[in-house]
Design a protein around this ligand. Structure first.
Ligand code: FAD
Length: 583
């Protein structure tokens, strides 16, 4: 029986275990939601289809008209995840992610405006709000009378979110909030802000803690800066938000004093499949554009869709889109089924989907050739819009460190003493890294090395046998690799970013493959091998790519030129530039 409070497919892989029951069967949208979801998807198309010219104009202007926000409100798109009792649609994670996919097929800025509101802006209220807080704000958030924003980033606190300098100090029963937040999506159009501030620790001399607050725009001292002039998603509103002696009553604290850092991470984790869904929508839209473009464009007397290099791009885009949709849906399904420890899997879905969209946008532009570079065509806008996804809601670099360190942490945490020394070290990799005791280290290496008890796939269809076997073999190898890393680097592993990146890339590949295998298994079960022939081809291509990438990464964990690369980089830092010229 799987313990939903701590089961994690990816973290178990590093212990040589395949928790098949977590990912098979492939999750489906809840029956009760399906009909409403289909209606909402149709409404989204009704609202957004055929408006490319307007999206283009708003992109150039860098502004979304207020009248359009009104349309979003009237279609109920701000109430997607608000429970029905508070006037929303009460969608679960999978249905919500699917709606964002549909919106993103039309425009990235619209998807972000809706997504920042639900995925992160008001998510804290849903997760940690008291009944009274929910009654007070959720009805207005559901209708869009209040739009929400998530205020964490500051000039000195980006990836290092714990470094925020916004403060909230007690004044009687109230709090006084001061500080400035940077690059806040919906910052200039929101009425509801989830704000993270440093608050004094209880007692004298304690280390300041972080606390989350609800701040509404009508409070004296709340203001925002002008809309930022951005590379992409230009119509989505991004501003600074400033708090000057803002007086907050005690009932504005969200989730408890001192609980803010964990709350911020939990909000970001649970919102990640929204962003992933948006990326999948972008990829599907690109495939529609690229296939038509390539069939229409003739060169050398033939449509360019006849040429192998074009087929290679469209084939890869299709495999990427299928795999991204599989992994995003898998993570959404895990969340909907009540699994609690999905942070690593959610990070993987964000990393894979955002990078798959980026590759797809680049290839789609290439297929369009010179037209792709022209503003009258949609491709350059998609490229600009897609770039931000790898930066916000945790940069993909930081998420890779998080994925690898969390996985290693779980491997070591099998032993009690290892757990006690590792817990604080790797639990919040974003916050800071600590140390492993030598004893714990030895135990961890022996233990993880010996946890070879093989538990492979038993539920997958025989048509997937060879891919399943490859997965099992490579998952054993990754467990050994994690063990070697622990043994070799000990407490210094936290700084071995070259190695951690490789480990993360392996885990990304393996989890994406596992999610895709599960989906194709469901397709074969439903339609038979002949009916699912195309899905079988897709998983075959993915499986081959994963095999060679994982092999390469495993090999380079042991044999690499990392020190040489560092030396080359250090020399570049020293001279602050490139040191050669052919003249
Ligand atoms: C359009 C836009 C919208 C945004 N919306 C919001 C919002 O609504 N709410 C909000 O709070 N924030 C928002 N952000 C902020 C966003 O989340 C941050 O930009 C992001 O977290 C990265 O922080 P940073 O830009 O300060 O980069 P930095 O943290 O300075 O990082 C710079 C580079 O260094 C790398 N790096 C940093 N630390 C390490 C390390 N330890 N090891 C290896 N590499 C490292 C990073 O991966 C990155 O490549 C938004 C940003 C943009 C551009």
């Amino acid at each position: 029986m799987i313990d939903k409070s701590e089961a994690s497919f990816v973290q178990s892989l590093c212990m040589g275990q395949i928790l098949e029951e977590l990912i098979v069967p492939f999750p489906e949208v809840r029956k009760a939601e399906k009909e409403t979801l289909e209606q909402v998807l149709a409404a989204v198309d009704q609202l957004l289809a055929g408006r490319e010219k307007e999206f283009r104009e708003w992109d150039v202007k860098g502004e979304m008209p207020a009248a359009f926000l009104e349309e979003l409100r009237s279609f109920g798109l701000f109430g997607l995840i608000v429970p029905e009792e508070f006037g929303g649609m009460g969608f679960g994670t999978m249905a919500y992610s699917r709606v964002l996919q549909q919106i993103a097929r039309h425009d990235g800025s619209v998807a972000l405006t809706v997504g920042a509101h639900s995925s992160i802006g008001m998510r804290g209220l849903l997760l940690f709000g008291t009944d009274e807080q929910k009654r007070r704000w959720l009805p207005k958030l559901a209708t869009g009378e209040m739009i929400a924003a998530f205020c964490l980033t500051e000039p000195g606190a980006g990836s290092d979110a714990a470094a925020v300098r916004t403060t909230a100090v007690r004044d009687g029963n109230d709090w006084i909030l001061n500080g400035e937040k940077l690059w806040i999506t919906n910052g200039g159009i929101a009425q509801f802000y989830t704000v993270f501030a440093k608050t004094p620790a209880p007692g004298d001399g304690g280390k300041a803690q972080m606390t989350a607050f609800v701040v509404t725009s009508d409070l004296p001292g709340v203001s925002h800066g002008p809309h930022e002039d951005k590379m992409g998603i230009r119509a989505s509103n991004t501003t600074t938000v400033r708090f000057e002696d803002v007086r907050l009553s005690g009932d504005h604290v969200l989730g408890g004093v001192g609980k803010g850092f964990k709350a911020a991470m939990k909000i970001l984790n649970s919102g990640r499949t929204g962003l992933g869904g948006g990326c999948v929508g972008g990829m599907k839209a690109l495939l529609g554009l690229s296939t038509k473009q390539a069939k229409e464009r003739k060169q050398f007397g033939r449509p360019i869709s006849d040429f192998g290099l074009i087929k290679q791009k469209v084939g890869q885009m299709t495999v990427d889109a299928y795999a991204a949709e599989s992994v995003v849906t898998m993570v959404s399904g895990l969340i909907d089924q009540g699994y609690q420890d999905y942070a690593v899997e959610a990070a993987i879905s964000k990393v894979f989907a955002t990078e798959a969209l980026w590759r797809g946008a680049d290839e789609a532009l290439q297929i369009a050739g010179g037209n792709g570079y022209m503003r009258e065509y949609p491709y350059e806008k998609v490229v600009r819009d897609a770039r931000i996804n790898r930066i916000f809601e945790g940069t993909n670099d930081i998420l890779r460190l998080f994925i690898a360190l969390s996985a290693v942490n779980r491997a070591a945490a099998q032993l009690k003493d290892v757990a006690s020394s590792m817990k604080g070290v790797l639990h919040d990799p974003i916050k800071g890294f600590g140390v492993l005791s030598d004893y714990a280290l030895k135990q961890a290496s022996i233990r993880t090395g010996l946890v070879g008890e093989k538990r492979g796939f038993t539920l997958l269809h025989p048509a997937l046998k060879s891919h399943a076997e490859q997965f099992e073999e490579q998952s054993r190898e990754v467990a050994w690799a994690a063990d070697r890393l622990l043994r070799r680097h000990g407490k210094a592993i936290v700084d071995k970013q070259f190695a951690l990146r490789r480990l993360a890339d392996i885990l990304v590949d393996l989890f994406v493959l596992a999610a895709t295998l599960s989906r194709v298994h469901a397709a074969v079960e439903a339609k038979g091998e002949a009916g699912a022939a195309q899905e079988l081809e897709i998983v075959r291509v993915l499986s081959r790519d994963v095999r060679s990438r994982v092999r390469g990464n495993l090999r380079r964990i042991d044999v690499n030129e990392d020190e040489t690369v560092k030396s080359v980089a250090d020399a570049a830092f020293e001279r602050e530039g490139f040191g050669w010229d052919v003249l």
